[in-house]
Write a protein that binds this ligand. Structure first.
Ligand SMILES: Cc1cc2nc3c(=O)[nH]c(=O)nc-3n(C[C@H](O)[C@H](O)[C@H](O)COP(=O)(O)OP(=O)(O)OC[C@H]3O[C@@H](n4cnc5c(N)ncnc54)[C@H](O)[C@@H]3O)c2cc1C
Length: 293
């Protein structure tokens, strides 16, 4: 049923990197909820696997001394949602990954696998982009960090070079303090379905709650990769809270997005979803922040 050639098991980050250098064609497997499906479908038949499941240093959520939040890639969706730090400081992310598949998938699937597969519909992706997440990557040449914004290179392609693995996802304090967010997943079914469109918005209001101090909005399935709508963010910077702001967001997001037609939905319908979800997500985030619309 699963046509696998060899399985190598790593017990440390260094060992995983070494194995990946020794076996460049081998596929990293974390929870396996994407990889195993591809093997069963025959797309990865005869593959060599490097399992990172036993690397405990790649699991968990913690707050760093500067207030940033570090999410290790092997943390399952379930563990992300019910982690106390996430519940308190990044509730939008906890909610977003709670929309993945069903309970079994949320137990086995990892947040790292969700962004390393490079899929535009990944439920964690839009929210991590809206939080300006930064990625920690380790490879044969050492460690590097990069904005998650630049990680997605194309459909199913991410900026992981020869022998590299993802070792951390950091949400900077600046991105979540005094910030309120909202995530909407539009799918044909309430469970066990990937997004037809997803949207995540983050808002920080001025102290008097009357204007927008900082705004982020990102979408899944609105382009080949999860995408931040930077034109809309710039358009509402400093704007007074109100209906005109929602009109501006819902129009401006279209400048950065290019949805396609697929069997799930046509392009026209997706464009309509983008406008409406931008409006609703922004309104909810502003309301949570204490703004009145
Ligand atoms: C029935 C079902 C329903 C699903 N529903 C949803 C849904 O609603 N929303 C959604 O977003 N997803 C959904 N998924 C997809 C899947 O659960 C996620 O993409 C999951 O997060 C993948 O994580 P994993 O640990 O299982 O990854 P794996 O399958 O182990 O790996 C996925 C990819 O990431 C790479 N990888 C994993 N970890 C690392 C690392 N640390 N460093 C470098 N590369 C790495 C692997 O090489 C592989 O290319 C569903 C899957 C199934 C089977």
């Amino acid at each position: 049923m699963y046509d696998v050639n060899n399985i190598y098991e790593a017990f440390s980050i260094e060992e995983a990197v070494r194995l990946k250098v020794e076996h460049p064609d081998a596929k990293i497997i974390a929870g396996g909820s994407d990889v195993l499906i591809q093997i069963r479908e025959g797309k990865l038949a005869g593959v060599d696997l490097i399992s990172i499941q036993m690397i405990d240093e790649l699991r968990g959520v913690s707050m760093l001394p500067d207030g940033s939040i570090l999410i290790k890639p092997l943390t399952s969706f379930y563990e992300v949602t019910y982690n106390e730090i996430i519940e308190r400081y990044l509730p939008t992310l906890g909610y977003a990954v709670d929309q993945v598949g069903g309970p079994q998938i949320r137990n086995i699937g990892t947040i790292g696998g969700n962004i390393c597969n490079g899929v535009t519909s990944a439920d964690s992706a839009a929210t991590l982009k809206a939080y300006d997440a930064v990625l920690k990557i380790t490879g044969p040449d050492g460690k590097r960090t990069m904005p998650y914004l630049d990680f997605s290179l194309g459909v199913g392609k991410v900026d992981l070079r020869e022998g590299e693995i993802l070792t951390g996802i950091i949400v900077p304090k600046e991105s979540y303090e005094r910030t309120y967010g909202h995530y909407i997943k539009y799918a044909m079914r309430k469970a066990m379905d990937i997004a037809t469109m997803s949207c995540s918005a983050n808002v920080r209001l001025s102290k008097d709650l009357k204007t927008v101090d900082r705004f982020r909005i990102a979408f899944g399935v609105a382009a080949p990769v999860p995408t931040r709508a930077v034109s809309a963010e710039a358009a509402v910077q400093g704007m007074p809270v109100g209906e005109a702001l929602l009109d501006t967001v819902s129009k401006a997001v279209l400048q950065d997005l290019n949805p396609r037609s697929s069997w799930r939905a046509g392009k026209e319908f997706r464009l309509q979803l983008i406008k409406e979800m931008a409006r609703r997500c922004t309104k909810e985030a502003i309301t949570k922040a204490g703004g009145k619309i």
